[in-house]
Design a protein around this ligand. Structure first.
Ligand code: NAD
Ligand code: MG
Length: 423
């Protein structure tokens, strides 16, 4: 099936045709929710390809259930072992096993595939998601980091190839639903909502003692570990501002963040006539995922529903930026543009991994990132000690995937240096 890449009200009913899907990151939180929807609609969707890096046992179960034509794993050894085991077990003799970055790109651009669910975590999703865009696919973008790193490139390439970027992140999906083809000139403001995470009410003088378990204990959402930490620091909301800027062609100055502690209003659009449109529902990623899978139709989902009477009240609060320095850092990077978002994103991945390994404290995350962005500013202004003349192009502009990868690496290296000096 090939769905028209435009948003026009097509008379054909694409949902009645089989959509062939690649799931990048099938064993993660978004990947599993995606497969849960696909399981409910076997007449509408067919899994063509799956990928994962770890969780091979879980992947094997998925292969037996969905019988994909292609599977991508991390290493050539894993691919060989799975090939042998599935051949000898006769369960899926037709499945082809590929591996590594080339394998991920192959399953993203495969000519049989209509829709790619981009659900790898972090910068690792950059190249495979971009391959899907280059190949003109419908791309459900959950994996926000590639858009943060190289948003302009994604949007411009999608325009050229006819690829459709469907916002899967709950906030962006809410805005996508609320916008419904309104042109950017009619937007007064995009308002991203935030739960505030586990530390929204913690006294500031207790932040020094925050533990890993506390940071992983999100009040409203169950997600992968990296995004859960990003939600606790609010870096996630900062990355989402940059994501929204590119997806909705809206200046950063017109994107605000509001705390909505129940996570019922997933985001809002304020239009130039004073109307606000919001999208509501229980915090369940299957809703935005299904919206992208079924788009431009809606799928009749069997999931728990919001009961507004039981809910009783919704609360809105301004964000206390002092509490969430990562939000201020990302907002600054968003306004700086060029290589700043990719540098910050790369540094953040490095630092969050260190926190998840219990090498640093929660409060160190924002401190290290502030140091990295300080070095970034000094480098651009040529005021850094030992910094002679040449500013790398990738810090100024992201014109290619290579620039995005280099800026990401630069951010990781700077963060690595600060981390070393900390220990
Ligand atoms: P996760 O950690 O639960 O899953 C990540 C998946 O990617 C796994 O299948 C893993 O095997 C695979 N993977 C990890 N590193 C890889 C690598 N280097 N190469 C190839 N594959 C790799 O993550 P998640 O929570 O599902 O999030 C996925 C993406 O979606 C993230 O970018 C996140 O910001 C975004 N997102 C997630 C949620 C959510 O509810 N989980 C909501 C909004 C946006
Ligand atoms: Mg989100």
């Amino acid at each position: 099936m090939k769905v028209s890449a435009s948003l026009s009200n097509s008379s054909e009913n694409p949902a009645s045709v089989l959509t062939k899907v690649t799931v990048l990151g099938a064993t993660g939180s978004i990947g599993l929710n995606t497969l849960d929807i696909i399981r409910q609609f076997p007449q509408k969707f067919q899994i063509e390809a799956l990928s994962c890096r770890n969780s091979i046992e879980q992947l094997c179960e998925q292969i037996r259930e969905f019988k994909p034509r292609l599977v991508c794993v991390n290493t050539s050894d894993q691919a060989r072992e799975l090939r042998e085991s599935f051949r000898s077990g006769h369960s899926c003799p037709e499945t082809e096993f590929v591996w590594g970055m080339e394998g991920l790109k192959q399953i993203s651009r495969d000519p049989e595939v209509d829709l790619v669910m981009a659900a790898i975590v972090g910068a690792a999703g950059l190249e495979p998601t971009f391959s899907a865009v280059e190949a003109g696919k419908i791309v459900a973008v959950a994996n926000k980091e590639p858009l943060v790193m190289a948003g302009e490139l994604f949007v411009q390439t999608a325009k050229k190839t006819g690829a459709k970027l469907l916002p899967t992140d709950s906030e962006h999906n809410a805005i996508f639903q609320a916008l419904h083809n309104e042109s950017p000139e009619r937007i007064a403001r995009l308002i991203l909502t935030a739960s505030g995470g586990p530390f929204r009410d913690l006294p500031l003088d207790e932040f020094e003692q925050i533990t890993l378990d506390e940071a992983l204990n999100h009040p409203n959402w169950e997600m992968g570990r990296k995004i859960t930490i990003d939600s606790a620091t609010m870096m996630n909301k900062g990355l989402e501002i940059i994501e929204a800027h590119w997806l909705f062609n809206t200046p950063v100055e017109k994107i605000d963040v509001l705390m909505q502690r129940e996570s019922i209003i997933h985001s809002m659009v304020e239009f130039i006539d004073g109307s606000f449109l919001a999208q509501m529902g229980l915090p369940d990623m299957r809703v935005p995922i299904a919206y992208c899978l079924g788009w431009p139709e809606r799928l009749p989902l069997k999931i728990p529903r919001l009961d507004p009477v039981a809910l009783n009240a919704l609360h809105f609060e301004a964000i206390d930026e002092q509490r969430f320095p990562c939000l201020s850092l990302s907002l600054k990077a968003a306004k700086q543009g060029g290589g700043a978002p990719a540098v910050l994103n790369g540094a953040n991945e490095k630092v969050v991994a260190a926190f998840l390994n219990e090498e640093i404290r929660f409060v160190d995350i924002s401190k290290i990132l502030a140091s990295v962005m300080h070095v970034f500013d000094e480098t651009l202004q040529q005021t850094k000690p030992d910094c002679f003349d040449i500013i790398p192009d990738f810090l100024l502009n992201i014109l290619s995937l290579e620039d995005a990868v280099e800026a990401d690496q630069w951010g990781r290296e700077q963060a690595g240096e600060v981390l070393e000096n900390l220990n």
